[in-house]
Each structure stands twice: as C-alpha cells, then as structure tokens.
Design a protein around this ligand. Structure first.
Ligand code: SF4
Ligand code: SF4
Length: 316
C-alpha cells in the first residue's frame, strides 16, 4: 500500500530548524494545544478549510460556494460574507474551496506520497550539500505520521540527505525508536518542568515527554532542545533552574544546543479563519526588557555548562 501523509506546509530554503539550508515539511495533527501556538491549522490531523472573510466577494455578487455545497447550512454568512464553515454540518467534500474565485476559502493540508515529497526535496540537493543542510519534518506532531516518515527518511538516507525530526516527544517510545536509525538530528521543546503547569498551558502533562527525552539521551543521538520563553508562564527562576537540572542530570551530554525562542504573537489570522479563539490576545510585553530577560536566562544556562543560544541559529 502506498503511504500517504497529510502535510499543511512545505518550506524550501528554511534555515531555522536544523543545520544549513533545509526543506521543511509540516505534518497535520498534534496531541498538544499550546496556548501560544502560531500554527492552529496543525491541530487536527484531517484536512481542514479556513475562511478569510475579508476576501469573500459576498454571496449576492458571487455565491459560488453556495451553488456547489451539498450541505448549505454548513456555510455561515454574516452581512453577506462567508465567515465560517460549521464542522458539524460540513462533509468535507471541498467543493466550496474549488469553486471560490477569491481565495476566501483556504485548504489546510494535502495528502502526499513519499515520492511526491521526494520530488520536491530533490530540487534543492545542491543546496543541502553546499550548506550542510537537508530535510526537516515538523508539525503539528510528525510522530502521528511515523510510518510515512520512516519511508520518507529511508528514501532521504538512500540519497545521502541529512534528516532532522522536530517532535514534541509526546508519543510512543516505540514510534521514536522506529525513526531513530534514519534520523541524524532531533529537535524538541522543554516548555515547562512542572507537570501541572505544563498541562495547564499545553493540554498535556510533561511526564511522557521527560521520560522519552531521558530514554533518548541513552541512544547516542544528538538533540537540539528549545524553550519557547513565554511571559508569565515559564520564565521564572524556579522553572529555569529545574530545566537546567534536568538537562545536566538526565540528558547525559546529548544536548547539542539549548535554544531560547522569544514569545511572538503569531497566527492570529489563522485562528480567526478556523473560527478559533486566540488565547494570547491579552499578553503584552515590553520587547526590550523581555529580550534582556532572555539574555539573562541564556547566561544562566551557559554558566551551568549548557551550550545555550538565543534564537535558532546554530552558530553565533
Ligand atoms: S467542504 Fe463541501 S460540505 Fe463542507 S462547506 Fe464546503 S462544499 Fe459544503
Ligand atoms: S465562493 Fe468565495 S467569494 Fe464567493 S461567496 Fe463563497 S466564499 Fe465568498
């Protein structure tokens, strides 16, 4: 059977998730619901439609979506413009997406085969060689497509392409083990060390993640760890110290770099298009003092012997 994965974005020439110039594939579906996530289109595993109401021409002047929709109640209009698609009524035929002349309906996700992905990946092989780059899979949580990625990474390794797996590590250890032999580098987050606070802000406890990271450190593979530094959530001394203790005591020197990513307001329009609430709406920060705080956190980690950088660039 031909394996298919559901991918919502493919970025070529990206330089943030792994070394060198990379092609990055973003897979749909995620078991976490981080309140600050900038990619709400990654939450559901299935293909989804989003609505960009400002682009809608109006049902009186256009109405193409209404003409083709077999479930007319699914299309919700306000003052003549399409504002939402009711997921309880929509049957997912995507006819409205195909019919809309104004790109007011956006399709999040495409079912792709390994060979279709490889055709895109191969286009930039020269750049990977010159820059030490390769392919990165991300999400959502790419582990939800583990069998597909196994085949994809086997195909990459057969062509000597470097592979990087960005994962929440919230998944079955057996799934991580499957891809280990074909993955050159892993990337994961340490969002919070307290299981209750982790659950409050991401929807899941951190216990499985920490257990998998501890197991991972015994495999001999390298990992880049990241902390998305979120104001009033995980920037306090207690959490930073607990994070450093975990890295020093449990990760056995396998952490190549700890990267600190500063909170950014991202994805608000996408939340609106999917009829979802953006939960970081009220968070306001003074960018200069927040950056100073992050630099102070980086200094703390470096003083603890952990190679720590602000941002995603490997060499600074
Ligand atoms: S996907 Fe199909 S059923 Fe759903 S709103 Fe569009 S046309 Fe209607
Ligand atoms: S087809 Fe597109 S532009 Fe036309 S009414 Fe529907 S959403 Fe609006």
């Amino acid at each position: 059977m031909v394996q298919e994965g559901i991918i919502f974005n493919i970025q070529r020439f990206t330089i943030h998730d792994g070394p060198g110039v990379r092609t990055e594939l973003f897979f749909k579906g995620c078991p976490l619901r981080c309140k600050w996530c900038g990619n709400p289109e990654s939450f559901q595993k299935q293909i989804q439609l989003g609505v960009y109401r400002k682009k809608c021409i109006s049902k009186n002047k256009c109405g193409a979506c209404l003409e083709v929709c077999p479930q007319q109640d699914a299309l919700q209009f306000y003052r003549g413009k399409l504002v939402a698609i009711d997921p309880t009524k929509c049957i997912g035929c995507h006819a409205c997406y195909d019919a809309c002349p104004a790109e007011a309906i956006k399709k999040w996700g495409e079912s792709m085969t390994v060979e279709e992905c490889m055709e895109i990946i191969r286009k930039d092989k020269g750049y990977y060689t010159r820059s030490g780059g390769g392919v990165t899979v991300s999400g959502g949580e790419a582990l939800l497509h583990v069998d597909f990625i196994l085949e994809l990474f086997k195909a990459c390794k057969a062509e000597s392409i470097h592979t990087c797996f960005e994962s929440t590590f919230h998944g079955k250890w057996e799934d991580l083990e499957k891809v280990l032999p074909y993955t050159d580098l892993f990337i994961s987050d340490l969002k919070h060390m307290n299981p209750d606070i982790h659950k409050q802000y991401t929807g899941v406890s951190n216990e499985l993640i920490l257990e998998n990271l501890t197991k991972f450190s015994k495999t001999g593979k390298e990992i880049i760890l990241r902390i998305p530094v979120i104001p009033y959530v995980n920037e306090d001394e207690e959490n930073i110290e607990a994070t450093a203790n975990f890295i020093c005591n449990e990760m056995e020197g396998r952490v190549r770099t700890l990267q600190l990513l500063s909170f950014m307001r991202l994805g608000e329009e996408k939340y609106q298009s999917l009829n979802m609430e953006y939960q970081m709406e009220k968070v306001k920060i003074n960018r200069i003092s927040f950056q100073k705080k992050i630099t102070g956190i980086a200094n703390y980690f470096n003083n603890r012997g952990i190679h720590c950088l602000v941002g995603t660039k490997e060499k600074q």
